[in-house]
Design a binder for this molecule. Structure first.
Ligand code: VGL
Ligand code: ZN
Length: 208
């Protein structure tokens, strides 16, 4: 069984959102083509879903400015602008994303004391989201990932997929993803490759 994992394709990470990824909205038509014609058996969308007092927000730390480096529960943490607050427009999926074809929505980042870049588990590798168990129950053997942002949530999700679901084929779809920082994207791709994740384009998937 082949799964497509769409990471955080939400208003908050698109132009006009609270934590915009440059050109983040450009991936939506590509994601929709993959959803329709990628030959997937299971399609999952993850959703960054923070309480308004989430500890990754600079607003929750005295004197912190967005994009400063700070600390959360004793660990280094980027101080993000308030983003993807539960129930707000910022947290909704991009309005053009073909949500009707999605089998499972995996929310993450609800615990105010720890960030969760990965759709599989919190950054401290403590609490699991249940996504690995879901994919295992669906008998998934191949996972393709894409979305926002390559250098944060997509990378951490790909690395966790490789770590938590050994033996599965994991691929990152480069042109269906965008990152926050160009250097960070390069490093993220190198790190994914080094951990056994294949790098592909949507063309390779759609024109088989
Ligand atoms: C993300 C920073 C904070 C992401 C989520 O989806 O890549 N980045 N929260
Ligand atoms: Zn977040």
């Amino acid at each position: 069984m082949k799964a497509l994992l769409l990471i955080d394709i939400q208003n908050g990470f698109c132009p006009g959102g609270n934590l915009p990824v440059p050109h983040g909205d450009e991936i939506v038509p590509v994601a929709n083509r993959l959803i329709r014609d990628g030959g997937y058996d299971v399609i999952v969308a993850s959703q960054d879903w923070h309480p308004e007092n989430h500890g990754s927000f600079a607003s929750q730390h005295q004197g912190a400015k967005p994009f400063d480096m700070g600390e959360l529960s004793g660990k280094p943490q980027v101080m993000w602008p308030d983003h993807c607050v539960q129930g707000t427009h910022d947290a909704e999926f991009h309005p053009d994303l073909a949500l009707d074809a999605i089998d499972h929505i995996q929310q993450k980042g609800e615990n105010p004391a720890v960030d969760s870049y990965s759709a599989f588990r919190d950054n401290d590798q403590g609490a699991l989201t249940g996504l690995a168990a879901y994919l295992t129950a669906q008998q998934v053997t191949e996972i393709d990932l894409c979305g926002l942002a390559t250098d944060y949530c997509v990378k951490f999700s790909a690395l966790d997929a490789a770590d938590m679901l050994p033996g599965l084929k994991i691929r990152f779809i480069e042109d269906a993803s965008r990152g926050i920082d160009p250097e960070g994207v390069k490093a993220a791709i190198a790190e994914m490759k080094a951990n056994g994740v294949d790098i592909v384009t949507s063309r390779q998937i759609l024109h088989r």
